[in-house]
Design a protein around this ligand. Structure first.
Ligand code: GTP
Ligand code: MG
Length: 301
C-alpha cells in the first residue's frame, strides 16, 4: 500500500472562511469562527487521518497589515505555516472582489515557496454559478495557481474533491510515517479550546473593536467525576470596555458565560461550572510582556 502525509497551510484574508473549512474537513470544531475579521490568532492544526493518508491542516490568522504586537505575532504564524507547508491552500471568499494586490500576493507565494498552490473559492452557496465561473476564468490566467476548487463548507459542497486535489499534490511514500496518532484531531490543549470558545462568544455578542482587544486566560481547571469547574479571566484593554463586557447588572457576562458553558459541556462531555472574571490590562496587544504572559509564543506552527 502507498501512503501520503503532509502539512497543508490554509491561508487567506481575514473572514475568508478558513477556520470553517478546517472544522468542516476535520469533522470536529478545532477552530472558532465569527463574522468579524481576525478571529483566529494562533496556528491551529486540524488533523485528518485515514487508513492510507494523514492530512495536517494548518489553520492560520487572516493576512492583514500589522498594527500592534499581537498582529505581528499573527503574521509570524502565517509565515511559519508557509515555511512548513507541503501544499498551500489559498482561500478566496467568492462574494468579494479579488484585488490586484491579492493576485500579486498569490503569485509571490508560489514564486518564493515553490510548493503546490491550490486556490479555493469559498462560500459558493452565496452566489450564482455564473459568478463562480467568472471568478474561475479571472484566475485561470494566473499561471502560478496549480488548481482552483470552488467549495461551500456550509453545504459541504466539493469538499471531497478538494481533499482529493490536495492528496494529488502529495508524494506517495512506502511507509506509514504519520506525524500524529490516529486519535488526534488537533494539537491544541483542552485549556486552549475552552478559552477560544469563551472568546468566540465575546466576538459574537460584543460590538466593534472590543472583542479584538480581548484575551481569555484559564486560571483554574478542575475536573471532577461529574463536573468540570473552570475559572477564566476575560482580559480587555480599557476600563470602559470592562463595563460593557459586564453589562447592566452583569447581563452581558451572564449571556457570554451561559453560551460558552453549553459549548464547553459538549466538548468535555460533562456538566461545567464556569466562573468568568473581567480584568483590564491597558493596551496589552502592544506589550510583548503581556503577549508572553498570555501564551502567545514567538513562533507557532
Ligand atoms: N454562507 C457561507 N458562509 C461561510 C462559509 N464558510 C464560512 N462562512 C462564514 O464566514 C465568516 C468567516 O468565517 P471564518 O471561518 O471565521 O473565517 P476565517 O477565514 O477563519 O477568518 P479569520 O480567522 O478572521 O482569518 C463566518 O461568519 C462564517 O460563518 C460558507 O461555506 N458559506
Ligand atoms: Mg479563522
Amino acid at each position: 500500500m502507498e501512503y501520503k502525509c503532509g502539512y497543508i497551510a490554509i491561508l487567506g484574508k481575514p473572514n475568508a472562511g478558513k477556520s470553517t473549512l478546517v472544522n468542516c474537513l476535520v469533522g470536529e470544531k478545532v477552530a472558532i469562527v465569527s463574522s468579524k475579521p481576525q478571529t483566529t490568532r494562533n496556528n491551529i492544526l486540524g488533523i485528518i487521518t485515514k487508513e492510507n493518508y494523514q492530512l495536517i491542516l494548518v489553520d492560520t490568522p487572516g493576512i492583514h497589515k500589522s498594527k500592534n504586537a499581537l498582529d505581528k505575532f499573527m503574521m509570524k504564524n502565517v509565515r511559519s505555516a508557509i515555511g512548513g507547508a507541503n501544499v498551500i491552500l489559498y482561500l478566496i471568499d467568492v462574494t468579494k472582489k479579488i484585488t490586484d494586490d491579492e493576485i500579486e500576493y498569490i503569485k509571490n507565494l508560489k514564486e518564493k515557496n515553490q510548493v503546490p498552490l491550490v486556490v479555493c473559492l469559498s462560500k459558493i452557496d452565496l452566489v450564482k454559478n455564473e459568478n463562480i465561473l467568472l471568478t474561475i476564468s479571472q484566475l485561470s490566467s494566473v499561471k502560478e495557481i496549480d488548481d482552483i476548487v470552488p467549495i461551500s463548507s456550509y453545504k459541504n459542497k466539493n469538499t471531497t474533491e478538494l481533499l482529493n486535489t490536495i492528496l494529488n499534490y502529495l508524494p506517495p511514500q512506502k511507509d506509514k510515517n504519520f506525524v500524529f496518532d490516529d486519535d488526534y484531531y488537533t494539537d491544541k490543549s483542552l485549556n486552549f479550546l475552552v478559552a477560544e470558545i469563551i472568546r468566540e462568544k465575546t466576538l459574537y455578542y460584543l460590538e466593534q473593536e472590543i472583542p479584538h482587544g480581548i484575551n481569555v486566560n484559564i486560571v483554574n481547571f478542575e475536573e471532577k467525576p461529574n463536573i468540570c469547574i473552570i475559572e477564566a479571566d476575560i482580559v480587555c484593554e480599557r476600563d470602559s470596555h470592562k463595563s460593557i463586557i459586564i453589562g447592566k447588572n452583569g447581563s452581558m457576562l451572564k449571556t457570554i458565560g451561559e453560551k460558552a458553558r453549553l459549548d464547553i459541556e459538549k466538548l468535555v462531555d460533562k456538566k461545567v461550572l464556569l466562573k468568568l472574571f473581567v480584568k483590564t490590562k491597558k493596551n496589552w496587544r502592544d506589550s510583548e510582556n503581556y503577549l508572553k504572559e498570555f501564551g502567545y509564543k514567538k513562533e507557532d506552527l
